[in-house]
Design a binder for this molecule. Structure first.
Ligand SMILES: Nc1nc2c(ncn2[C@@H]2O[C@H](COP(=O)(O)OP(=O)(O)OP(=O)(O)O)[C@@H](O)[C@H]2O)c(=O)[nH]1
Length: 912
């Protein structure tokens, strides 16, 4: 090694082994996350107070990404931002439940702030929710900036909001400014900048999501028998199928079927250099909103097709004139030249009756060209080759399009077509797209084969063997055939490079297919898979504008037990929380009402019960609820009402421990007083009610106020029932109080109520008091009272002479050293003439002094009395003024109410 290299090595920072391990660990975690992250669409939650511009922002972003205009925004909207990246936007309602649910699932939260108003309470509430549910990436967006006309004021405000936003979020997140509104959309440049940041943002892994898979349903269908089907992407992590699912905010349900379906916004995997999208590749998937001419409601999807495009030119010519055979033949020829998709749609347009009616009237209904519905007739036997072909198509179909159209579905025959699956059929025709699809809803180009697949869907009972499909054999057959095809292609292909490329791609595709099959057989659905979940007997009602989160029911997390959490009252919540008062907790996927008790930990690890949460400090809470992993954050609220009169988040916390029981102890001080004292023994009454209670506490420790310790001996027959004999380390005073410190185990209520749509909640003490008009209980004992303490005069210490004589010299009482005052007094006493020996003059002087003293004392007494009277008068004056003031206030209020009432009456009269 050369010198310079050695120097370099010396200067390099030393990485310790554990640091390296940690670095490697994080690198791996990041890489794994990045790989996984690329699959599921980025979930962007747009949150803000009412009227802050959430809808406008989503519409503007969708327009930027796809050029589409959303007329009415409902539910999630997924767009393709580039070939490898998709984004789902969800608007967050200002309902506390929706806010809490969406804070758990968001990858990125766009927090809108109305600059004309400033930071509102919802923003802080949402930040607090995000903080406790894993803090995903956050971006601030300042809207209504055009409200400021003065540039200087605008600059100042922007700076102020930026500072505040940084302070609230920890300083790592950006605040965007949306300058103005133009034609109901934000300015292009602003949206372009924001969209660019959204596209390149690196998502921080949130622990809860990396361990808990979920589906944010972007579409649902509900039938009359309450069978509900939800569609959405698997998010969070790989979904390992089990039999139950938790619908957040609704409860647990058994899954009827769970299958992968065709991804509506597929990732484009072609290996071309450009990441940017062509116009035909731009895509928006907003099944519940109305995008252009497409609307999907709970039961079906409808495409509004502009009439002029579909009207055949010679359709309006009088039919009688057209009876000429030649013309008909010409028409048929022309029709056959048309693309298949266009022909089918036209045929459907010409239908006047639904299939069910047709079935009732005719025996052989020809729904689509070449296929007949025959109920009773035996199934036509085709040759082997054809059957294999059909089965093969069905297997492909089963994996790709899981759609069933039951016999007798009624199709509305107007210019609006039933498009549950028809849109696939219609838009798969490459040539016909531009003819009738003015909005380019799904510009997806597929092989002609898929028409046949979909045609088959309209026919029930045609293929006899479709129900039982030998999957394994079919897969093998398909693979073999494909291999053969590839082999042929290989031989025929002249370009060797292209051939290799194709082979690689095919191999990859096949591998993917095999992986897909094995995964779905094992019940594994990777992140980003678009799935369909069917739930039977789904009794709850679903709101369109409410997030529909279907989470995997994890083993153990639906169990109930006691949970110990560390909790802190939110500094902006106006009240402290009371033990045994019901509270709503959002923990894990679940929200539930429970009755907690609060406690603190003593130095000897005892959990000591406290009546209220401390004002600005942490304490523990124990409640009965759903188990959740240690370290999971939680948020408490006191009610579900969305009145913004006070800060809705009552407390925040984190799970510490779960157990079947916790010992929370409450301190109990029993007080008694002695009624007989004999040396070190004392008889004490008033501490217990019966001798049985005494027997239970026999041997217990007791203590006097002065600190003398003792033991409870035995129940005594002297005194009232419950009296006992006790011994102390010294003789106690009759005036002493005796304490016995004990601990009582607190009962924790096993109360748990999952919050669903129409749940009836337990009322808090405050709510009950309000409702029943019960005033607060007043216990005079609980209030502090001024104590009048009489100074105790202890008798001077007198040591018996016998004892003094036996004492060592050191402790013996010596000659008393007197203080100056005492000496003076002694001298005066000595010099005072004895009264009987006084001369007359001395007597006169003495009596004069005494009189003068009496006068002085008398004067002082009078002055004191006067002072007391003056004080009383002053107090009375203050009291009177107060009463007067209150009286005035009351009158003013009455007058105000009167005025208000008169105004209202006048208004009503005017309106009438
Ligand atoms: N002047 C101005 N108006 C805006 C701006 N952003 C939004 N608006 C208008 O504010 C109104 C409310 O906007 P929305 O997008 O519906 O707000 P929202 O947050 O979705 O409202 P809710 O759905 O009621 O919660 C609309 O009329 C918008 O045109 C802005 O930056 N400047």
């Amino acid at each position: 090694m050369s010198d310079s290299e050695e120097e370099q090595v010396k200067q390099a920072p030393i990485i310790k082994p554990h640091q390296k391990q940690q670095k490697d660990f994080y690198a791996e975690q990041l890489q794994a996350n990045e790989e996984a992250e690329s699959q599921a669409p980025l979930l962007v939650v747009v949150q803000g107070p009412k009227g802050s511009g959430k809808t406008t922002l989503i519409k503007s972003l969708v327009k930027h990404y796809t050029g589409q205009k959303i007329k009415k925004l409902v539910g999630p909207v997924t767009v393709r931002s580039n070939k490898q990246h998709r984004v789902t936007f969800v608007e967050c309602p200002s309902d506390i439940n929706a806010m809490s649910d969406l804070s758990k699932v968001a990858d990125l939260a766009l927090i809108l702030i109305d600059a004309s108003i400033g930071f509102e309470m919802e923003t802080f509430e949402y930040l607090s929710l995000l903080n406790n549910h894993g803090f995903p990436n956050v971006m601030g967006v300042l809207t209504h900036i055009d409200f400021f006309k003065d540039n200087k004021q605008l600059r100042k405000t922007r700076k102020k909001y930026k500072k505040r936003f940084e302070y609230e979020t920890g300083g790592n997140y950006k605040l965007f400014y949306l300058q103005a509104l133009k034609n109901e959309y934000y300015l292009k440049q602003d949206i372009h900048n924001l969209a660019r940041f959204i596209s390149i943002i690196k998502i921080a892994p949130v622990r809860w999501k990396t361990e808990h898979p979920f589906i944010l349903a972007d579409r649902y269908e509900q039938s009359k028998d309450n069978t509900t089907t939800f569609y959405g992407y698997v998010r969070g992590c790989t979904y390992r199928l089990n039999d139950r699912i938790h619908f957040v905010g609704q409860g647990d349900y058994y899954i009827d079927s769970f299958e992968e379906v065709l991804d509506p916004v597929e990732i484009i995997t072609t290996q071309k250099k450009h990441r940017s999208l062509k116009d035909t590749e731009k895509l928006v998937y907003a099944p519940m909103s109305s995008v252009g001419a497409l609307t999907i409601d709970a039961t079906a999807g409808y495409i509004t097709i502009p009439q002029p495009i579909f009207t055949e030119k010679n359709k309006f010519v009088n039919n009688e004139e057209q009876e000429d055979d030649e013309i008909e033949e010409q028409e048929q020829e022309q029709e056959q030249e048309l693309p298949e998709g266009v022909r089918m749609v036209r045929e459907l347009q010409q239908m006047t009756e639904g299939i069910d009616k047709q079935l009732e009237e005719e025996e052989d209904v020809q729904l689509l060209e070449g296929f007949e519905l025959e109920e009773d007739k035996p199934i036509k036997k085709k040759n082997n080759q054809q059957q294999i072909q059909q089965q093969r198509e069905l297997v492909r179909l089963k994996n790709r399009v899981n759609i069933k159209i039951e016999n007798g579905t009624v199709m509305p025959i107007t210019d609006t077509l039933l498009a549950t699956d028809l849109h696939e059929l219609i838009y798969q025709n490459k040539n016909s797209i531009n003819e009738f699809d003015s909005v380019r809803y799904l510009p997806k180009v597929q092989e002609r084969e898929s028409y046949r697949e979909i045609k088959e869907l309209f026919v029930t009972g045609f293929y006899g063997q479709t129900d039982v499909v030998d999957l394994e054999n079919l897969e093998k057959q398909i693979e073999e055939e494909e291999l053969e095809e590839e082999q042929e292609n290989k031989n025929n292909n002249q370009n060797q490079k292209d051939d290799n490329q194709n082979q690689k791609e095919n191999q990859q595709e096949r591998q993917q297919l095999v992986n897909q099959l094995t995964n779905s057989n094992l019940g594994l659905y990777k992140k980003g898979t678009y799935v369909k979940i069917v739930i039977k007997d789904f009794s709850s009602s679903v709101k369109d504008d409410y997030p529909m989160i279907l989470a995997r029911s994890e083993v153990g997390e639906d169990n109930l037990g006691f949970i110990k959490i560390r909790i802190k009252k939110h500094r902006w919540h106006s009240n402290i929380l009371k033990s045994n008062d019901p509270i709503i907790i959002s923990l894990g996927w679940r929200r539930f009402q429970t009755i907690p008790i609060y406690c603190v930990q003593d130095p000897n690890d005892r959990l000591r019960f406290v009546k209220y949460t401390p004002e600005y400090d942490y304490c523990y809470a124990i409640f009965y609820g759903n188990f959740a992993p240690q370290g999971t954050g939680l948020v408490c609220t006191q009610s579900l009402s969305n009145k913004l009169s006070k800060f809705r988040i009552a407390a925040t916390g984190v799970v510490l421990e779960m157990n079947h029981q916790f010992d929370v102890m409450k301190k109990l001080k029993l007080v008694g007083e002695p009624f007989k004292v004999i040396k070190n023994t004392a008889f004490i009454k008033g501490m217990f009610n019966s001798s049985l209670e005494v027997a239970k506490f026999q041997g217990g420790l007791i203590k006097t106020v002065s600190g003398l310790r003792g033991h409870i001996k035995k129940p005594s027959k002297l005194g009232p029932d419950g009296s006992f004999r006790a011994t102390f380390e010294d003789k106690i005073q009759m005036s002493d109080l005796v304490f016995c410190r004990t601990w009582v185990r607190m009962h924790i209520e096993r109360f748990y109520r999952l919050i669903t749509n129409n749940v009836k909640l337990m009322k808090t003490m405050w709510e009950l008091r309000q409702e029943k008009q019960i005033p607060l209980e007043f216990k005079p004992d609980s209030t502090y009272q001024d104590q009048e303490r009489v100074p105790v005069k202890f008798a001077p210490l007198r040591i018996p002479n016998n004892l003094q004589q036996n004492l060592p010299f050191e402790s013996k009482e010596k000659v008393k050293s007197l203080s100056f005052r005492e000496k003076l007094r002694q001298q005066v006493e000595k010099n005072l003439p004895v009264k009987s020996n006084m001369t007359d003059k001395e007597k006169e002087v003495y009596s004069l002094i005494q009189r003068l003293n009496t006068i002085k004392n008398e004067k002082e007494k009078k002055r004191e009395q006067k002072d007391i009277q003056k004080q009383k008068v002053k107090e009375a004056q203050i009291k009177g003024q107060k009463q007067h003031l209150e009286e005035g206030k009351r009158k003013y209020k009455q007058q105000k109410q009167k005025d208000k009432f008169i105004k209202q009456v006048k208004k009503q009269q005017q309106q009438q």
